[in-house]
Design a protein. Sequence first.
Length: 303
Amino acid sequence: MKVLTHWDTDGIVSASKLLEVIDVKEVYIPKIGSWRFKAIPPNAFGDVLYVLDYSLPYEDWIEVCKRVKDLIYIDHHPGSKPPCGKTINPALEGEAPPSASIVLSEYFNLPLDWRDAVAIAADLVNPEGNPIWEEIVKKEKLDKEKVKEAAALLNACYRLNDYDCIKKYIFKLKDMTLDELYNDSYLWEKRREVQKRIEELLNKTECEKVNGVKVCKVYGDPSLHNFANALWKRLKEGETIIITIDNERARIYCRGGNRDYTKIIKMLKEMGLEEVGGKVQVCSAYADLKRLDEVLEKILVAR
Ligand SMILES: [Mn+2]
């Protein structure tokens, strides 16, 4: 059996937990930043495939289904249900679990542990007050600040486009404690590089308020798209949109202000944009630079 998992902390934790219950031949990571069939490494096909914390447009699921013996799709992103295999995704029934690791743990009857707390902290940005998170933290007597920092440490791998780092921790995590992860010098090296990059980007980010929404723009090379949610976390003031712009295209990342972003996601898909995705709490899409103003205006007036 093979596993395809999202490149972020929740994806790492979900795969780490799956390794405890099934015999995995190989773990694959999609091309970072892309939520399409073409982002999947071709070697991921040809066997039974588990897809974790990673959703695709329906037409791309069709292509996946043509190439696998069976598909087990475990996720918490709203989106489309694959036409083959087994789907375990409460978000398709209107629920909003805080992490894919929770969905996976429930399905396989695995106890929730510190790794799930880290996954939730990474996906929610601010996990304080989330009942599942609070329960794990209390039961496992975890230091909340360490949990949040551990989430950022694991996310440092993908921000630097480091696939080996992601895979390394998928296999290591089950034998580690939160303290061991928190004190991991390899990850801290990555994290410091990320922090430096975030500060550099913040220095050249420009924000303005439009219709009560904070809109921030930053220009750079394509690697800056991996920092959209890190910038959001630092710049947020209610509803905040981060736009990262390279030479060809812009990534639009919207979050905050208690909006239901599934409506905006639907609208962005209807506009024919690339890589449209997200959850109730967040939306993301790529647009050709020529269409950026049009897209922004639609998001700002859509209510
Ligand atoms: Mn997730």
